[in-house]
Design a protein around this ligand. Structure first.
Ligand code: SF4
Ligand code: SF4
Length: 72
């Protein structure tokens, strides 16, 4: 079975730069997010997403969206 892949988006204008998603991300082998100089979350490695939804569930401003991609 093909590995599942996910699309991760941050709605930047709603992000308050708390860093929760960055610290809770279980992306493998490394974090899906990084923090920009202004502290806002930026998706840098969506291919590392395991679909745990920690980011989506814990973002206080509901500005992270994770969706499963269709198999190619
Ligand atoms: S769903 Fe999990 S692995 Fe994917 S970006 Fe969110 S916290 Fe990281
Ligand atoms: S948890 Fe939400 S508000 Fe906090 S840095 Fe991540 S996207 Fe921004």
């Amino acid at each position: 079975m093909a590995k599942k892949s996910y699309d991760v988006q941050v709605i930047s204008k709603l992000c308050k730069a708390c860093g929760i998603c960055v610290s809770l991300c279980l992306g493998k082998p490394e974090n899906v997010f990084t923090q920009a100089p202004d502290g806002k979350a930026v998706v840098v490695k969506p291919e590392n997403c395991i679909g745990c939804l920690n980011c989506e569930m814990h973002c206080p401003d509901f500005c992270v969206e994770v969706s499963e991609k269709e198999a190619e």
